[in-house]
Structure formats: C-alpha cells, structure tokens
Design a protein around this ligand. Sequence first.
Ligand SMILES: Cc1ncc(COP(=O)(O)O)c(C=O)c1O
Length: 330
Amino acid sequence: MDYSSSLSSLSFHFNSFRASANSFLSQYEPLLLLLAPLFSLILAHLLRSFFNLIHERGLKASLLGFLMSSVKLIPGVKSYIDREKQKVVDKMQSDGKSKREGWRTELPSTGLGTLVLEKMKEEKRKDVAWQGKCSGTVYIGGSEIDGHFSLINEACSMFAHTNPLHLDVFQSVGRFEAEVVAMTAALLGSQEKSSGGQVCGNMTSGGTESILLAVKSSRDYMKSKKGITRPEMIIPVSAHSAYDKAAQYFNIKLWRVPVNKDFQADVKAIRRHINKNTILIVGSAPGFPHGIIDPIEELGQLASSFGICLHVDLCLGGFVLPFARELGYA
Ligand SMILES: Cc1ncc(COP(=O)(O)O)c(C=O)c1O
C-alpha cells in the first residue's frame, strides 16, 4: 500500500468515526455536552482528594473526621463544642496564672549581678526531689555534689564556652567527638571486614535529634534506593513522640500500631501495614512508657526481608544492654 492510499483510508475511518459520534451525541442537549466534562473534572478532583485523605489519615480517621464535621452542621452543636473548648482553655489558663505569680516578663532596669546565682538556687530548691524517682528523666543518680556527678560537672564546666563548629579553635572537642563515634562504631563491628567500612555516625544533642536524623536518613536513602516519594513509616504505639515530630518535619505518613499483650512491638501487626511506600519500621530497647524491650531481631528480619530500614531507639540506656548480662545485671 502506498502513502496516498493509506492516507485516504485513514481519512475514511476518521470520517466514519466522526459521523457515528456526531449522530450518537445529537440525542443530547448542547448545554449538557458542555457541562459534562466540567462535572467529570470536578468529580475526578473530589475523588482524588478523598483518596488522598484516606491515604494520609487512614480510613477510620477519615470517616470519624467526616462524621464529626457532619455532626457540627446540626444547629447548636458547633457552638456547644466551642463553649466546652473555651471552658477547658480558661481553666488551663487560670491554673497557669497562679503558678506564674511573680514571674518577670521584662528585663530588670538594673542587672542582678552575682545575685542571680542566689535567685537561681532559690528557684531550684522548689524543684521536685528527683533522686531515685525519675526514671526516663534524669540519667545519672546519686548526690549532685560528689562522685559521678561532680566528675561530669567539672568536665562540662571546662568546655561550656566551646563551639564545635570551629574545630580549628577547639581541636580537643573535635577529637573527643571523633573518638566517641569511632569507639561506638567499633562496638557495632566497624573493624570487622564484613562491615565494608559502612559503619559511621555523628554526635547529636540527645534522643530526639538522634531519632530525627535516623528518620531523615532513612527517607533520603529509600528515595535514592527505591524512588519512594510518598514515604510511610510504621512504629509501635509505645515508640517515643520524637517519631511524630520527625513525621511532621519530614512529611512522612506515620502508622502507629498497637503493641501486643506483653506491651512489646507487635511484629505481625507491623507487617500488615508494610506497603510499597514503607521506608522504615521502629523498635525500642527499651521503650519510653514501659521500659520494655521490643523483639529487635524479629523486627530486623522483617525489615531486611522487605528491603526497608529499621531504627532501634536506644535512647533510654539501651547502649549498655549487650553488656548488662556480662556485668551481672540480668
Ligand atoms: C526511648 C526514648 N527515646 C527518645 C527519647 C528522647 O530523648 P531526649 O529527651 O534526649 O530528646 C527518650 C527520652 O527519654 C526516650 O526515653
């Protein structure tokens, strides 16, 4: 078949398609034909928003949200809810006011000088006696003036003025940090050949920053490894609230999964939430609310079978767990 005959066959098919389409559409009003694509677009937009909402908040939360919004449409219900909310806010504010009696809200006209130390001591005396009673709050025990405490106080005051950003000035601080990271990496196998030199780390300001960095690293790693652009992570309800912060800061959908009857992470329940967007699952050793250790090995196997990241939160002293038995604590 030559070029001109294929062109005329194409034009024949197009004309017959046009004729039958026009004859089919002629039964509808022109206005209807004009509005139909508009309605289809609006419907597609609504459906997309609905599925996005379910994806972001889950089916149960979306339905509950919808129910609550509908209930608020009943006359009087919204104003009743607003009044009750205001009562709670007023109560919280009046409680807070009595505690803040005598608080300074502006700079004093003359400086306090060394008197400031007396003032601070006076306020400190009103703090709750925490010794031996504040699990997960103060990480060192004993008297505040001797033993381990005084050693830490002396070390901290020696370096209180330093700024580790300027390692050329504070070489000592740079060295301490590098040594702590290297020693920790060695405990995790960095000197074994099989590690392939892949064990690394950095110092953070505490548990929350450690969690934030672990979540961010997992998000970035899984984006480059699997191209995940709508990341999700799954954590037990017992995991620390720093994961909620991380989810909000780094735009990650968070699934909080109930724990099992022993208050440990429920590996089967976590498995049920894994999908193509999952970047990370989490276990704590031990967890913040109960001091219970999650089944870390099982979580590790689950993560590696799906090729996703596992973060183990050791913020509450989990670092010493491998040595606890050797030291006779278990
Ligand atoms: C298990 C666990 N994770 C994270 C954190 C957060 O640590 P930080 O208070 O140092 O930010 C804590 C704090 O107690 C914790 O116990």
